[in-house]
Design a protein around this ligand. Structure first.
Ligand code: SF4
Length: 363
């Protein structure tokens, strides 16, 4: 019998490779995002790609709107620390130019790029470059005939739309495919992926589109992606937030961590505070979070407000502090290291201990 506390078994998919990053099959669930700079602005776009990569983003997508944007791809690609995906609508020449510039994958819907000859050209170029193609169906982009047939952008309509795009590629012997089916509705997104997973074995790029501003978008993404991931669905994910895409990466890893699928950086456990809280827990938790920003080692830190529940959690953590009356007790792997007296001394003392812990961890 499966241990239900273990990460969910993955729905089997074939693997594709984007540059040096495998997606699907036995590969880890990949975290990706998209730049929101003007792709023609090479320095700004590269700066954002680097910031995304530093945060743990493994694949970055860029919008390629015109020939000037396509011309910027070569210098961007040459300096990018991660593989790139060119996001193209309608113009197959931009797709060919992106591949010629070295871009590792395309996001393009072959049914939207015009003639059969145009599809032939893109597929031939993708084969030549070993570049996968992501078919990305959004509820807002389902073909008119399917909207009519299904009475709107239903999960069935989205899946049929994806299958029609997939057929364009399969008919040309091209199977290096990933698929996404995004809607801003969580139930519709979940239903669409479940349906598609029963029909194809291509890797699934999961996401809830237009999820919203950081708080709302993070919640919507966590609910939608959490349901899918808990069913083993999803080979790569993007959390879509209105704002700086770097924020998306932290949210993506927290979603993966909360299901024990992947972890990057420390987990910070802090209690919600209550009438028993005896230390400046908010200040301490914020200081800990700030100190640990950018740290990639995986460990647990507990910051707890009182001696009622605090020591229990703090003892379980790799390093923790539990507040007492005008004091705090510091733990390391279940052992009490000592008592710090005086409210003003708690943050500096715990920061020193955290620094010592990180130094030892690196040795
Ligand atoms: Fe309240 Fe203590 Fe629980 Fe924090 S650990 S919420 S202070 S009881």
């Amino acid at each position: 019998m499966r241990d239900n506390s273990q990460p969910p078994p993955r729905h089997p998919t074939r693997a594709v490779t984007i540059g040096n990053v495998g997606v699907g099959g036995d590969n880890p669930v990949r975290v990706q995002s998209m730049t929101n700079t003007d792709t023609r602005d090479v320095p700004a776009t590269l700066a954002q790609i680097r910031a995304l990569a530093d945060a743990g983003c493994e694949i970055v997508r860029l919008a390629v709107l015109d020939e000037d944007a396509a011309a910027a791809l070569r210098p961007i690609h040459e300096a990018s620390p991660v593989p790139l995906v060119a996001d193209i609508h309608f113009d197959h020449r931009l797709a060919v130019a992106a591949l010629a510039a070295g871009i590792e994958a395309l996001r393009i819907n072959p049914g939207n790029i015009g003639s059969e000859a145009a599809v032939d050209t893109v597929v031939a170029a993708a084969k030549d470059h070993g570049a996968p193609i992501r078919i990305g169906v959004n509820s807002g982009s389902v073909q008119k005939d399917l909207l009519k047939k299904f009475g709107g952008p239903t999960p069935e309509a989205m899946v049929e739309s994806a299958l029609t795009h997939i057929a364009y590629l399969e008919k040309r012997g091209f199977h290096d495919i990933k698929v996404s089916l995004k809607s801003s509705s969580v139930p519709r997104t979940v239903a669409a992926y479940r349906l598609l997973a029963g029909k194809v074995d291509y890797p699934l790029h999961i996401g809830v589109t237009e999820a919203g501003t950081p708080m709302r978008g993070a919640v919507k993404s966590a609910v939608g992606l959490g349901i899918l991931l808990s069913e083993g669905l999803g080979d790569t994910l993007r959390v879509s937030l209105t704002g700086d895409p770097v924020t998306e990466i932290g949210v993506a890893y927290e979603i993966l961590r909360s299901l024990d699928i992947r972890a990057r950086g420390p987990e910070i456990i802090s209690c919600p505070t209550c009438g028993r809280t005896e230390i400046d827990l908010v200040g301490l938790a914020e200081a800990v979070e700030e100190r640990l920003r950018g740290v990639t080692e995986v460990f647990t830190v507990a910051v707890m407000g009182c001696v009622v529940n605090g020591p229990g959690e703090a003892r379980e953590a790799d390093i923790g502090i539990a507040g007492g009356r005008d004091c705090g007790i510091i733990f390391r792997k279940g052992q009490v290291l000592g008592k710090v007296r005086g409210a003003d001394n708690l943050i500096p003392a715990f920061m020193d201990e955290l620094d010592r812990y990180l130094t030892e961890k690196k040795e």
